[in-house]
Design a protein around this ligand. Structure first.
Ligand code: G1P
Length: 276
């Protein structure tokens, strides 16, 4: 049973400056809910109630969000506004949150390795990059991945087909199609130029990793951009036949970009308020 989910959340969010000058990008709202809350809801829906968040300087609002605000709750108690806190209260009641800080920003692989202290080596764990807001159909994407993990006991990475001119933004896989959206990964490369990309199957921000990844990360040299890349560590494990990719059912918004963020906002506004 996978109970833990890691949220790397230490990045600066420079694409959203000045909004992210004093506020973590993870608490920017899509309509009325912070981005990271969507991710935690997805984790809990997949049975992961142990939420491990890798934060950094200036990110205290994340921990405050997943806590009770007595004064506020007292103020709105008994009013119609109380309902607005139902979703977050549910998460606070059903999840345990733990935090550690990434002192230096040395890449996603480094952020995940920083989370080792919270995750430990007992079981596989999920990783959610809150920037990628996913809507799975019918099940949430992480739940679809857990079902696959339970059949194969391998690392699982979520993938999506992207236009060739966009592969440079992603980790990209070289893989064999096994049917039903499942691929056996032979190799993977971080942010290749289109002419070097092995396919247009891009990794998106959902992973299930086995604890072996921590030792592999420790032995992985810095890669693209001089940063420790999770893609490089997974490439090592793929060479040993330990990684599957999964083309999930559903849609994804790239909320790490302003355009994706606005698209997600419009989508959820229509969904929640019928666009009125
Ligand atoms: C990270 C990973 C990349 C992956 C992407 C998904 O990149 O390094 O392999 O495709 O997340 O969102 P980032 O977007 O943090 O630059």
């Amino acid at each position: 049973m996978i109970r833990k989910c890691l949220f790397p959340a230490a990045g600066y969010g420079t694409r959203f400056l000045p909004a992210t000058k004093a506020m973590p990008k993870e608490v920017l709202p899509i309509v009325d809910k912070p981005l990271i809350q969507y991710g935690v809801e997805e984790a809990l829906a997949a049975g992961m109630d142990n939420i491990a968040i890798v934060t950094g300087r200036g990110k205290r609002a994340i921990a405050d969000h997943f806590d009770i605000s007595y004064e506020l709750e007292h103020q709105i108690s008994g009013t119609s506004k109380e309902d607005k806190l139902g979703g977050i209260r549910h998460l606070i009641e059903h999840c345990v949150f733990s935090y550690t800080r990434q002192i230096e920003m040395k890449g996603l692989g480094h952020a995940i390795l920083t989370g080792e202290t919270l995750i430990g080596h007992e079981d596989a764990f999920g990783v959610i990059l809150a920037d990628d807001l996913c809507l799975g159909e019918p099940d949430p994407v992480m739940k679809q991945m857990v079902d696959l993990y339970n059949q194969h006991n391998a690392c699982i990475i979520a993938i999506e087909e992207v236009p060739m001119e966009e592969v440079y933004k992603y980790g990209v896989i070289d893989a064999q199609d096994m049917g039903n959206g499942v691929y056996k990964v032979n190799a993977m490369v971080e942010k290749p130029a289109a002419e070097d990309a092995p396919s247009n199957l891009a990794i998106i921000g959902r992973y299930i990793l086995t604890p072996e990844i921590f030792d592999v990360l420790r032995d992985t040299p810095p890669g693209k951009g001089g940063e420790l890349q999770i893609t490089d560590a997974l490439n090592t494990m793929a060479g040993e036949g330990k990684v599957l990719a999964y083309k999930f059912n559903g849609k994804r918004f790239d909320c790490g970009s302003v355009e994706g963020f606005v698209n997600a906002t419009n989508y959820f506004f229509d969904k929640l308020y019928g666009g009125s």
